[in-house]
Design a protein around this ligand. Structure first.
Ligand code: ATP
Length: 414
């Protein structure tokens, strides 16, 4: 909260500096006795439209998580045995990206830690912590407060001390594998869950709960990747769905209220941000657009965001996202993407089925269907393509590029 009452009435002027390097305020009188050091003025001395930048951070957890009451209750119920020192029920939060899965986990974990001394929670971002060894290293570090001075060792050399310490402290451990779909390659998720379960088998008093958040890709249900450990994991499934248009609007309105000064985002501009957010299906985009559009307006010395600012912010967000995602692709995945773009560019009106794509791709390079399918699924997970089931029978799907084929093709070959 900004304690300054003036700040509540409109775009804020930082009060700690009295002069503004700002075209709209060029009439400010600069005292002549002191030479002005302009280097101070770029960052510290300008008008800002942002009241609280924190609320636009991706890991910001709002006090009220709207429209997720049922999911929060389900997760709380699954983990509640930990309040009596018992083993929590495992839970799998499944749904499209940006639908609040991690936010709900953070919220319940915070409440658990604040309420109970005998519960330790750890959230592991599986996009960056993406091997079983790294996952157990992260758990070890959280528990002991320092990095294990071991590398290239059997995982059991980490799980044993973790289990012993939990027993000694009589502590329940709850691990969240956030975005666990990043661990589906080479049965990694299966191995992690098996190792956690084995801790319980080897040290019968140990109590561990596993929460996973998984992006909902109808092609790869979680149990496909947790084949051998599924019987010990058996999570409570908590589905998350896309927010409705009016829900997106309310959530973004709340962010505006907390993060920007009143009047900065007119209703019509918010409508455009909501439309783009609903189209992309990820709340993160809306939050990002609010922040960047405000910065663009601010840089342009305006106190109100325009639709043009939103378009610029959107183009920028798309460019950054695509560049980052392309960088994350492995060579074979990139080749397949470029092949799809080429086929779509050559015959834009012809629906491209997964079967036709496989035959065409296979003609240029020998590749087993399982690998092709894995790469295709990655492209789907990273949202380069959509896969639509057009017929009631059979597994064939229609492949659609989410980006204009010519632009995509050029990006791939550049
Ligand atoms: N109900 C909500 N109310 C307010 N903010 C929300 C809500 N749901 C999500 N958010 C915000 O949207 C952003 C994305 O949410 P979150 O990271 O929880 O999504 P996710 O489903 O875990 O996405 P992914 O699967 O891609 O990791 C966060 O900034 C979060 O604060």
């Amino acid at each position: 909260m900004n304690p300054n009452p003036d700040s509540l009435s409109g775009p804020g002027i930082r009060k700690d500096f009295s002069f503004h390097f700002h075209p709209a305020r060029s009439t400010n009188i600069i005292p002549s006795s002191k030479p002005l050091n302009m280097s101070h003025h770029y960052l510290m001395n300008h008008q800002t439209l942002i009241r609280d930048a924190e609320v636009f951070e991706f890991n910001y957890t709002p006090d009220t998580i709207k429209y997720r009451d049922q999911e929060l209750r389900q997760l709380a119920a699954a983990l509640s045995p930990a309040l009596q020192g018992g083993s929590p029920i495992n839970a799998n939060l499944r749904g499209p990206p940006g639908t609040g899965k991690t936010t709900c986990v953070r919220r319940i974990f915070k409440e658990l830690e604040e309420t109970m001394t005998g519960v330790m929670t750890v959230i592991i971002n599986c996009e960056s912590v993406n091997t079983p060894f790294r996952v157990f290293t992260a758990i070890f570090r959280r528990l002991f407060g320092y990095q294990p001075c071991l590398s290239g060792i059997a995982i059991q050399r980490l799980t044993d001390p973790i289990a012993e310490e939990l027993m000694k402290r009589k502590m329940v451990l709850i691990v969240c594998l956030d975005d666990a779909h990043y661990l589906t390659h080479n049965d990694q998720l299966d191995r992690i869950i098996r190792s956690l379960a084995r801790m319980y088998e080897n040290y019968p008093g140990v109590k561990i709960g596993i929460v996973t958040t998984i992006c909902d890709y109808t092609l790869c249900p979680a149990m496909v990747h947790v084949r051998s450990a599924y019987s010990v994991w058996q999570p409570m499934e908590i589905p998350f769905s896309h927010y409705q248009r009016r829900e997106v609007r309310t959530i973004l309105q709340d962010r505006i209220r907390m993060g920007l000064y009143p009047g900065v985002v007119p209703s019509i501009v918010l409508g455009r941000i909501v439309a783009l957010t609903v189209k992309e299906g990820d709340l993160r985009l809306g939050i990002d657009l609010l922040k960047h559009a405000a910065i663009i307006a601010e840089t342009d010395a305006r106190t109100v965001v325009t639709e043009g600012d939103v378009t610029k912010a959107y183009d920028l967000a798309c460019d950054i996202r695509q560049t980052n995602l392309l960088r994350a692709l492995k060579p074979n995945e990139e080749r397949l993407l470029s092949h799809i773009a080429m086929m779509k560019r050559e015959c834009p009106a012809v629906p491209l089925t997964t079967g036709a794509l496989y035959h065409s791709f296979k003609a240029s390079r020998k590749v087993p269907y399982s690998s092709f399918y894995f790469w295709l699924r990655r492209l789907y997970e990273l949202r380069f393509i959509d896969l639509h089931q057009r017929t009631v029978r059979g597994n064939s799907r229609e492949v659609e590029l989410r980006i204009e084929p010519k632009a995509m093709y050029e990006m791939c070959i550049s």
